[in-house]
Design a binder for this molecule. Structure first.
Ligand code: MRU
Length: 338
């Protein structure tokens, strides 16, 4: 197990939740303080914090704040606030999963202390899971490999260490990687702004590519595409940042292997396939900026996730192990610990 500094973008201190504002990276490192559950929901919707496991953990701490508000103000409707929190972003299954875990604490009669203990447990378990995933995933990667990652599935997107970047961190520390590439990830540039920042911070060399360069990179020489997931469906379909399915299709064409790293909290056995997953569509201004503010003929379509069919995935790595060529039966067996 690699026990590198488990830097986390989420902290609980001074009885408040603190989030590293990811909208400002890499230029500025600013921590925002939260004491209000609806402000936490807004931070998730506005991408102050993002990445499936990170928004789940953030929401778990947000419930602690909501419980406190409900004690201070008898008119405060905690249940409605939990609904708003769970709905802040629709695609990542970890958000509803985390709120449900806290609902279970409340149903058992748990108080603010019990909710905080559960949030801390989820945070710690996520980091431990990422470290384990790093080990499992790195074991698949031969010495001298060249890898490409998409979006940011690193410490910034998790409790710490990262899923896809956890695998890359572990493989790098074991001397298995000869080159790491990060795709820019339009339109929000998680690859350029967040992944490159994180890797450099860890002393890992990285080259950023525009998404349009992926096919050329694969032709020039690439061994693995390594990504995270917002949701893995019962049949193995993977929902992740827009552009992931493009990379999977290209990878199959070029004979490049495709690895998805995701904790079991991202596996959703209740959703049969990717066709059933709500795909978040965001503000066209993320693409257009203010360039066409006065030109109604120019609009933008901005879905921020896509579905990669299970058949295009060579390996699914979770904290409990590896599923090669994942499908419905193998995933069910994996979750059952078989
Ligand atoms: O819109 P984002 O930045 O929240 O999207 C994040 C991703 O798509 C990540 O790849 C995914 O959540 C996995 S994070 C470990």
């Amino acid at each position: 197990m690699n026990t590198a500094d488990p830097f986390s973008p989420i902290e609980w201190r001074e009885n408040s939740l603190w989030l590293l504002d990811q909208r400002l990276l890499p230029q500025r490192q600013k921590w925002n303080r939260y004491d209000d559950i609806d402000a936490v929901a807004a931070a998730i919707a506005d991408l102050v914090v993002r990445g499936a496991p990170a928004i789940g953990i953030t929401a778990a701490y947000g419930v602690v704040l909501g419980w406190r508000q409900s004690r201070q103000d008898p008119g405060f409707d905690l249940d409605a606030a939990l609904g708003r929190l769970a709905g802040a972003r629709p695609t990542a299954v970890n958000l509803a999963w985390a709120v449900d875990r806290q609902r279970a604490v409340l149903a058992r009669g748990g108080d603010g202390e019990a909710l905080l203990a559960e949030a801390c447990r989820m945070h710690r378990q996520d980091i431990e899971g990422c470290l384990a995933m790093g080990d499992h995933g790195a074991g698949l990667i031969d010495a001298g490999s060249r890898v490409l990652t998409h979006c940011n599935a690193g410490a910034l997107a998790t409790g710490g260490y990262g899923t896809a970047l956890g695998v890359i961190r572990s493989a790098w520390s074991q001397g298995r990687l000869s080159a790491v590439y990060a795709s820019e990830t339009r339109p929000w540039q998680q690859g350029l702004r967040l992944t490159a920042w994180e890797l450099a911070r860890d002393g890992i060399d990285v080259q950023v590519i525009v998404e349009g360069a992926a096919s050329s990179l694969m032709r020039a020489g690439l061994d693995w595409v390594i990504v995270g997931a917002d949701r893995v469906c019962a049949n193995g379909d993977v929902v992740n940042k827009i552009g992931t399915s493009n990379l999977a299709i290209l990878a199959r064409h070029h004979g490049v292997r495709f690895l998805v790293a995701a904790p079991t909290s991202t596996l959703d056995p209740h959703t049969a396939s990717g066709a059933e997953v709500p795909i978040e569509t965001r503000d066209p201004a993320e693409i257009l900026g203010d360039r066409y503010a006065n030109e109604p003929r120019v609009r933008a379509w901005n879905p921020v996730f896509d579905v990669t069919e299970a058949a295009l995935i060579d390996a699914l790595v979770t904290e409990i192990g590896v599923v090669l060529q994942p499908d419905k039966d193998k995933i069910a067996a994996h979750l059952a610990g078989e």
